[in-house]
Design a protein around this ligand. Sequence first.
Ligand code: SF4
Length: 338
Amino acid sequence: MMAKHFNIPLFLPELACPFRCSYCNQAAISGQLKIPSLQEMRATIETHLQSIPKGDNHIEIAFFGGNFTGLPEKYQKQCLEMASQFLQKGQINGIRLSTRPDYINESRLELVKEFGVTTIELGAQSLDEAVLEECGRGHTVADVNSSAFLIKSFGFRLGLQMMIGLPGDSLEKSLETARRIIEAGAEETRIYPCLVIRETALEQAFRAGEYTPLSVGEAVFWSAQLVETFDSAGVKVIRIGLHPSEELNSNGYVAGPYHPSFKELVITEAWRLHFEKQVWPEVNEIQIEVPASERNYAIGYGAKNKKTLLNRYKKVKFIANPLLQKRECIISQIAPCS
Ligand code: SF4
């Protein structure tokens, strides 16, 4: 059994961001703009630790939000010192942080390494130059590649986050971004559909009819193909879409592909695409063996995939097979009762 992963998120909103990306308004997304004090962060960590069930856990403190390595050094050190005390006491297994690709250099990495940071996530968003420029990211594809290389050479685990449906994006560009994320050596990724959030440049473009967000259906279709691409390269997809309860303040949402069960829709679609490639036997009753952890996704959100198969077969049975992984499946005729 693999250890269960828990992140204890500490949110540092838009701190030290040199640019305001056209789609970003963190106060509207998270409902939080205040910078937490060290004491507040410590209390948050304690609360999370108490709520995590005992067992084979892998727990990380995660500094999210803005641009960690762009913060004043003194503040970075205070945050990391506080987090590393939990590491030294064996209460957590690692520290992760997210930052911008143009705020990585050797001295910044040396500083965070000293305090036991294990994973660095970069907001890559797109690895298409025109898309980056259009959304005002303020960094280039080369910045992402050189930072990724440096992070790996320091021995950190590398995460590269991507966003789909940004202005100027296309399915092909998103798939190319995924391929470049894989080439850059990322061990993990997050896929976020671009939403229109209030008080952003993107909101103005949307209201002026200059930007059309993806529909939920399009975002699901794109994401399913990205998940397939990452899965087959062994890159772990640690998040698909915004978290429904924590990360979207209802006042902040203007438009775009938001769905509280976005991940379920995406994995349902990934299975649908996978089923399309299978050879289906000409029988009346069918059983499909799938990995235990994937059974519900294979059946589909609202049993979508099962219902589609029931148009063709009288009986469709999904069985958990612990020997299978990811999107592996074995399709056969339901054995007659003996
Ligand atoms: S770098 Fe991240 S936090 Fe900063 S403005 Fe851009 S999207 Fe927002």
